[in-house]
Design a binder for this molecule. Structure first.
Ligand code: ZN
Length: 286
């Protein structure tokens, strides 16, 4: 991991660990709204902050503020609730402190999924570096009872998910297309039915036609014909689906003469186009 080191002022931590090794990683949140790792590191360059952390994490990066070999002041202090199973066991002297930046969303503290992703990366890296198992990755809450990280105290399932990700096997490459079946489906293009190659995955239809969107098509759903519809705003002359007998005639003409779809449309746009196509089909059937 590429982690810049922006050292905090020496007045904000203990130099060294007093002979202790690193046994715990303690997770925190900053209780700010939209802060960054860079901003926090900058703030802690100042003297007399009376607190510190080894790492600050936001959505796109991590900054180190205290060297791993020094003891940051992140999980000491007074008890704040009756939950403190690791009091006196996990301490500043034998732990690393990781602060996650936070946001306030709908009046509640939130650690965004991207910040959690960065935290997973960082903590997995530190676990490997110092031989720390997942049971020694803890919340500030578990040490002093402080509601920190508050979103992971309020909703324990988020904390469990985070822990589960720390031990999950290395994420596999994104799945290849072997579980994706390409099937031909009918789609209305400019009001006309076409067979398109589609992939239905996770209950979502995908059409292999990225260029359509780039060409200004809009994608919607025709509730009457119960088909997805792709429409160009600068739509050329609208040629709707014909009646079944017209469609049958179109099929015949296309089969026998192999006319392009556009040519058929051209014929249909002619005032008596439908009759013409029917006549052609009849002549071909003889
Ligand atoms: Zn904390």
């Amino acid at each position: 991991m590429n982690i810049p080191f922006v050292p905090t002022d020496p007045s904000n931590y203990y130099s060294g660990r007093g002979g202790n090794s690193i046994k715990y990683i303690v997770m925190h949140y900053t209780a700010n709204d939209g802060d960054t790792d860079e901003g926090n590191a900058h703030y802690f360059q100042g003297a007399g902050r009376r607190a510190s952390a080894h790492y600050f994490v936001d959505e796109d990066s991590v900054t180190q503020s205290v060297r791993d070999n020094d003891a940051a002041w992140h999980c000491g202090g007074a008890l704040e609730s009756s939950h403190h199973p690791l009091r006196g066991i996990c301490m500043n002297r034998n732990s690393l402190g990781v602060e996650m930046c936070s946001d306030i969303v709908s009046g509640k503290y939130t650690i965004t999924p991207q910040t959690v992703d960065r935290a997973v990366e960082l903590v997995k890296y530190l676990m490997a570096k110092y031989g720390i198992d997942v049971d020694h990755v803890v919340r500030h809450y578990d040490v002093t009872g402080k509601l920190c990280p508050e979103p992971w105290v309020r909703d324990e399932s988020l904390w469990r998910k985070f822990k589960a990700r720390l031990t999950a096997p290395v994420e596999l490459e994104p799945k290849k297309e072997d579980d994706e079946v390409v099937e031909k489906k009918k789609v209305l293009l400019n009001g006309k039915t076409y067979e398109c190659e589609c992939i239905c995955k996770d209950e979502t239809n995908y059409i292999k036609m990225r260029s359509l969107k780039q060409a200004g098509f809009t994608v919607s759903y025709d509730a009457v014909r119960k088909l997805p519809a792709i429409t160009a705003p600068q739509c050329r002359t609208f040629v709707p689906d014909g009646t079944p007998d017209v469609q049958a005639a179109i099929d015949t003409v296309q089969e026998v003469v192999g006319l392009e779809e556009q040519t058929i449309e051209y014929l249909l746009r002619y005032q008596y186009g439908e009759q013409l196509v029917k006549k052609l089909a009849k002549a071909m059937e003889k």
